[in-house]
Design a protein around this ligand. Sequence first.
Ligand SMILES: O=C(O)COP(=O)(O)O
Ligand SMILES: [Mg+2]
Length: 233
Amino acid sequence: MSPESAPLTPPHPWQAAIVDLDGTMVDTLGDFELALNRSLAELDLPPVDRAFIEHTVGKGSAHLLRSTLAHVQADAQHYEALWAAYQRHYLAINGQASAVYPGVMEGLARLREAGLRLACLTNKPTAFAKPLLQAKGLDGFFSHVFGGDAFERTKPDPLPLRKTCEALGSTPAFTLMVGDSSNDARAARAAGCPVVLMAYGYNHGEPPESARPDAVLARLDDLDLRALRPHGG
Ligand SMILES: O=C(O)COP(=O)(O)O
Ligand SMILES: [Mg+2]
């Protein structure tokens, strides 16, 4: 273990980390593909491919479903029926076609060892996020789990980050956002949180560097808090 990768121990200025779910902790494209295409089939609509899903995911289920209807050139009036089918199918397969990215467990364990409080903040519905974290053995790391329905607005709006900091009892400048997309980076910037993005996630076809995060990481256990400056520090 190099000195930089030795665990960081208090005292240090970091208070908490807010961690995104899809594309950051878990590769969920397989789950999205199964649930979405089973729902489309039920409505006699054509399937979508993984490339479309990868490009579109990250702005919550309503955005995904509305974009899907437009993509398959179906009438927007199918939305309610598609949402009902999607919830049923997603909950039935949740976690079965998805995998935790390498380094995530180790990275979360190191953040906890460093004394940070952790929350998961995703644009996925809370009812999908909680059982997924549980199925993947990730739930024990987090004192709070907030989905896209938890607050009045979703990322990239800063409100969910501000509210999550309130729940964690942390100051945004000393709370690190860990995400994979420009939604996470924009929300973090506006809330005053430093932000790192994972290189492997779903960023609407753009390289994560284009969202100008404080760092881009190949694996979560590559995170070196010593190399990052809290915004107030
Ligand atoms: O859009 C979604 O459903 C999930 O997005 P997130 O976990 O990356 O916030
Ligand atoms: Mg994400």
